[in-house]
Design a protein around this ligand. Structure first.
Ligand code: SF4
Length: 408
């Protein structure tokens, strides 16, 4: 049984008021420029002001300029008149029997508030000593991976850097993960600092994975900006080794991901032959296995300590034979890799079944004996449709004429 909290509430008028741009999601240079452009800071103090605001927004989780106590009162009022600190609205929060938490977040279009709002799902997977936040990068997806529920929802739009970060900020807020925050009591959340946990496991969110709705590398610039902000030491301060970007295999953006963002890489592999992968992960027709694996082999920063994770969903009688396991081992030769075996999580309308646990064990055994770690992922949050490959929102793409009428 899961608990569904209906948190629908009238939107905070300050948070959603059109016209005032949001400062969330701007990098430090853009932030300083915006302050100077609004006449709030001069060239000399814009950097200092930007640093102050940065610390309040990302370290303290403040959403109201009035609480920025080291900024003069007059300047706080100017900031509130010119800008906002946008966060998504929470439409619902569900807690699974296993403690997994799923939020449905709603966003207004930052450029045109007349367009209908869009919604995405974000999932929190707690364990005793760590908590992983699975973040979405797009509303819907252009790709149509046949085992994935999100793939049945057409792409509505990319999320901005601020909207991607908004998921992290809202999750931290709800989990009491900002200084002075209080942990919720309706589900497992790792204990805060000072209650027996070590420094490393004191946060509610210790890891972020870009594995929610959408293909992050089809929204590269916004994802890059958001992840660089999330890993900035003066703010959310997540180590880049604890951030994983998962791609279905957009080869041209794999090298820049390592060089410019420097986070860990995961590949949605799921098949070891092109004919099958063309069907399961259709982007394979554009970037076949050979090209994809070559991009992995040369991923910047790759080493035994920084291995690539290959995700492999276990589909009964489709990709789960001994021969598949042996071919997987052969393909990954010389790539420092870890293989995540994911029991298929069903969703309404799917034609796939999950492999039996004996089959999954046998598959894992072959991969293990070849020297690769191959943990079998325990399904989490299935009762609230929060498990891997199950995310989807109701937001639909407008027809061109509808969109034009609203943007005219
Ligand atoms: S697996 Fe990822 S890339 Fe493929 S359809 Fe689902 S969300 Fe899109």
């Amino acid at each position: 049984m899961s608990i569904a909290l209906d948190l629908s509430m009238p939107p905070n008028p300050r948070a959603t008021a059109p016209g005032r741009p949001s400062l969330v999601g701007l990098n430090r240079t853009e932030l300083a420029k915006s302050l100077a452009g609004a006449g709030i800071a001069g060239d000399r103090d814009a950097k200092m002001r930007a640093n102050q605001i940065w610390n309040w927004v990302y370290h303290h989780g403040v959403t109201d300029f009035e609480r920025m106590s080291n900024i003069q009162k007059g300047v706080r009022a100017q900031l509130a008149d010119a800008f906002q600190l946008d966060r998504p609205e929470i439409v619902s929060e569900q807690v699974s029997v296993d403690g997994t938490r799923k939020w449905l977040f709603r966003y207004r279009d930052p450029k045109n508030p007349r367009l209908p709002p869009v919604e995405v799902e974000t999932v929190y997977i707690p364990e005793e000593d760590r908590g992983t936040l699975c973040v979405s990068s797009q509303v819907g997806c252009t790709l149509t991976c046949s085992f994935c529920h999100t793939g049945t929802q057409r792409l509505v739009r990319n999320l901005t850097a601020g909207e991607i970060l908004g998921q992290v900020l809202m999750a931290r807020e709800r989990l009491g993960d900002f200084p002075g925050g209080v942990r919720p009591t309706d589900g497992l959340v790792p204990a805060p600092r000072g209650s027996g946990g070590s420094e490393g496991d004191s946060r509610a969110i210790t890891n972020v994975v870009m594995m929610g709705m959408g293909e992050p590398l089809y929204n590269y610039d916004n994802v890059k900006e958001a992840l660089l902000i999330a890993s900035d030491e003066a703010g959310i301060s997540l180590s880049k080794r604890r951030i994983t970007l998962s791609t279905s295999g957009v080869v041209p953006y794999i090298e820049p991901t390592g060089r410019e963002i420097g986070v860990m890489l995961a590949i949605s592999l799921h098949a070891v032959r092109d004919e099958l992968r063309d069907m399961l992960v259709p982007i394979n027709k554009k970037y076949p296995l050979k090209e994809l694996l070559e991009a992995c082999r040369t991923y910047p920063g790759l080493s035994n300590a920084r291995r690539i994770t290959f995700e492999y969903v276990m589909l009964k009688d489709i990709n789960d034979s001994d021969a598949d396991a042996r071919e997987l081992v052969r393909l990954l030769k010389n790539i420092p890799a870890k293989i995540n075996l994911i029991p298929f999580n069903p969703w309404p309308g799917t034609n796939y079944d999950c492999s039996s646990s004996e089959r999954i064990e046998r598959f894992a055994d072959i991969v293990n004996r070849a020297g690769y770690a191959s943990p079998v992922r325990t399904p989490r949050g299935r009762d609230i449709f929060a498990a891997c490959g199950q995310l989807k929102s109701e937001t639909e793409r407008l027809r061109k004429t509808e969109r034009e009428a609203l943007t005219a």
